[in-house]
Design a protein. Sequence first.
Length: 236
Amino acid sequence: MPRAEPATYVTDLTHFDGALDPGSNAPAPAKKLAKFFDELVRVASRESLGTIRTDVRCFKKPARRACSGRIVTTRSRSREDISWECPSCGNNGIIHHWRGSKADLSRYARPEVEVQKKRTGPVKAFEGDWLITEMELWDLDAIELLGPGFFRFDEEQSGELQFIAVRGWLDCRYGERDGLPLVEFSWQGDDEGTEASGRGWAVVDQDGKLTGRIFFHQGDDSSFTAARTKKALRPN
């Protein structure tokens, strides 16, 4: 069965003020949404910036079945909003006016100076978009089933990937291996509507190419090669 068209929710959090208070007369659907947005803001606001793979379950029920996806949230320097997306069903949204709400835990976030310390060194060698040119298990037609296959690394120790029917988000750690810049990552996402996850690693070799191996949890693994591109690549 084809996946339903994703929906986008633009939310002003102040519209849910008091919905979760004891004795609230808010309708049950409103309380359900209020709880969902409350949980997302609590998780996202505790981090200074960046993309976070949360444990918050998607609230949608495609084909009357509960979606198995765990929500991914993003905060950036250029926006005060919190954006979110379900990697399984594709539903997504933007949360406005969360600052000062009961769910706002930004006062407990790590100081930005501590976050900046993690952005130095090898991370600069990976920042940006990398077009996948070769994989051990799949030819180029398969790799580009959803569009260009790629890895994208950002300055927040996170990123995105897409190849074959897989799209997902990265949680990265940087270092060196044999004198070459190294990234080790875990990933979580969606494979043809089914939740998927795994791990991987890559180095930037002496020719400037990204080479490494990606693993599916309890499944396949494949080597890959990617080339840096100036074209901005995003999941389809």
